[in-house]
Design a protein around this ligand. Structure first.
Ligand code: KIV
Length: 304
């Protein structure tokens, strides 16, 4: 069987734990729509995260706070359909948005269930430490795996006083270590460490059995996550220190659109090969009221 036709082995929570044990690094990328999901899955990512960063990256907000549960379900379902089209090797996680798990445990469970049932995610991620242990236990009891998220937790941007590195002093580092242990004890299968010193991330990663996924947390975590638009250079205005651009798609997109505009203006697009024809319609020049039936049967295109 060729590698193109071999069924892909799905990445599960067990597989992620195995990867940590085996010292295999875990690659995580965000996606928010069907096309990007298909592309990142083809690129071989282990985990696709439908992050609430969608609020900043796609919706243009200054924070993730305005993102709603309905919007997350919409984006998760879009990504799920994209993964289904590509054969779906990747494990799919959806963020619980601000306001969907903080007010009550019952609401948190119901909302996690909606993300799983309507959004098609295999796990949910929520921000916070020991204070969310009871919420996490209840969501897991409902059958939904939970990924934790500590360090810089963007939904608490105002409490944190901005998007600033966390865990830099002894007390804050100690609190973060306790939080990760509490998340593991509550049953989280993995945890995101965002914007913390590399030394702290290394320490935590060595202390817990669950995979740590870093972003701005240095090289010593079990995996890394980046935002799709950042790693592909689609976001050109702003580049945080922890981002590496693996492609420069922003300028490529602008150049493509510029070329299209130029051809439309010059009249060189569409060309002959982009045009449909119906020979009988030549009659229309002399009998304008004749019905034009031929193009009803034209094949316009097929999915690529
Ligand atoms: O919302 C998001 O994209 C995230 C990742 C950056 C970890 O939470």
């Amino acid at each position: 069987m060729s590698s193109q036709t071999a069924p892909k082995k799905r990445v599960t929570v067990n597989e992620l734990r195995r990867m940590k044990g085996a010292g295999e690094r875990i690659a995580v990328v965000t996606a928010y729509d069907s096309t990007s999901a298909r592309l990142v899955d083809r690129g071989g990512v282990d985990v696709v995260l439908v992050g609430d960063s969608v609020g900043m990256v796609m919706q243009g907000h200054e924070s993730t706070l305005p993102v709603t549960l309905e919007q997350m379900i919409y984006h998760c379902a879009s990504v799920r359909r994209g993964l289904a089209r590509s054969g779906s090797r990747a494990h799919l996680v959806g963020d619980m948005p601000f306001g969907s798990y903080q007010a009550s445990t019952d609401e948190a469970v119901k909302n996690a269930m909606r993300l799983a049932a309507e959004g098609g995610v295999e796990a949910v991620k929520l921000e916070g430490g020991a204070e969310y242990a009871d919420v996490i236990v209840r969501i897991i009891r409902a059958g939904i795996p939970v990924m934790g998220h500590v360090g810089l937790t963007p939904q608490s941007v105002h409490k944190l006083g901005g998007y600033v590195v966390q865990g830099r002093d002894g007390d804050a580092a100690q609190k973060l270590i306790q939080d990760v242990h509490a998340l593991e004890a509550a049953g989280c299968y993995a945890v995101v460490l965002e914007c913390i010193p590399a030394e702290l991330a290394r320490l935590v990663t060595g202390q817990v059995g669950i995979p740590t996924i870093g972003i701005g947390a240095g090289p010593h975590t079990d995996g890394q996550v980046l935002v799709y638009h950042d790693l592909l250079g689609l976001e050109t205005e702003f580049k945080p220190k922890f981002v590496k651009r693996f492609a420069e798609l922003g300028p490529a997109v602008a150049a493509g659109v510029e070329a299209y505009v130029a051809e439309v203006k010059a009249g060189t697009f569409p060309a002959e090969e982009h045009s449909f024809h119906a020979p009988s319609l030549r009659l229309l020049q002399v009998v304008p009221q004749q019905p034009a039936a031929d193009d009803d049967h034209a094949v316009v295109g097929a999915p690529v």
